[in-house]
Design a protein around this ligand. Structure first.
Ligand code: CA
Length: 219
């Protein structure tokens, strides 16, 4: 999952990006509204964490610009006691908000919920036959037994499972799993998918030649 964080306070931005990366997300950052809007429109993020007060364009301008073309879930960061800000944000197309200062555990939970809901999933865990994914703990079990996955394998599986029934192209996977700073060539999708099939069953992930990968809901 790839997240954009738009925040002009350098220390908070750095801490948020680091904490989200430690949670396994690919994270892009923007320090002003102009850069934030550019990235929000030009990349397909799974969620955007958006500060309200920003230089150049503020959070509402970004929302307005973004909502002309995209449904990307947005979590707004607002100041304490600024009820009007929260109302304006939600009415302007934000999906949720968090009041500063906030607890990281709550931010993570809200981001997980936004990503889950925007993919049309109501339940916290993802079930694929005998395979179950717990996105809170980032743990995968098969027939009740924990299956150790690498961070890359987990990210690929979670994305495909969240969008089960859809054929996901390789470029979509790349865009959602790797951030703007990730130029490593360890991103060989085929290798990770091969390993996932070995660990979780060959039939779990189907390859649609020339199109991409797919996890069927009836798996
Ligand atoms: Ca700010």
């Amino acid at each position: 999952m790839r997240i954009l964080v738009v925040e002009d306070e350098p220390r908070l931005l750095k801490n948020l990006a680091r904490a989200l990366r430690e949670e396994g997300y690919a994270v892009d950052t923007a320090e002003d509204g102009e850069d934030g809007l550019f990235k929000a429109i030009n990349y397909d993020y799974d969620a955007i964490v958006l500060d309200v007060m920003l230089p150049r364009l503020d959070g509402w301008d970004i929302l307005t610009g973004l909502r002309k073309t995209k449904k990307t879930p947005v979590l707004m960061l607002t100041a304490r006691d600024a009820t009007a800000d929260r109302v304006r944000g939600l009415d302007g197309g934000a999906d949720d908000y968090l009041v500063k200062p906030f607890d990281l555990a709550e931010l993570f939970a809200r981001v997980r919920a936004l990503i889950r809901r925007s993919a049309g999933q109501a339940r916290p865990n993802l079930e694929l036959g005998d395979v179950e994914i717990d996105p809170r703990a980032r743990v995968v079990t098969r027939s009740g037994q924990t299956v150790p996955l690498t961070a890359r394998e987990y990210a690929i599986l979670e994305y495909l499972a969240l969008h089960q029934g859809e054929v996901i192209s390789r470029s979509e996977l790349y865009e959602h799993l790797f951030d703007e700073n990730d130029d490593t060539l360890s991103n060989l999708l085929d290798v990770h998918v091969y390993s996932l099939r070995k660990k979780l069953g060959r039939e779990l992930i189907a390859t649609r030649r020339g199109q991409g990968y797919c996890i069927s809901p009836e798996t």
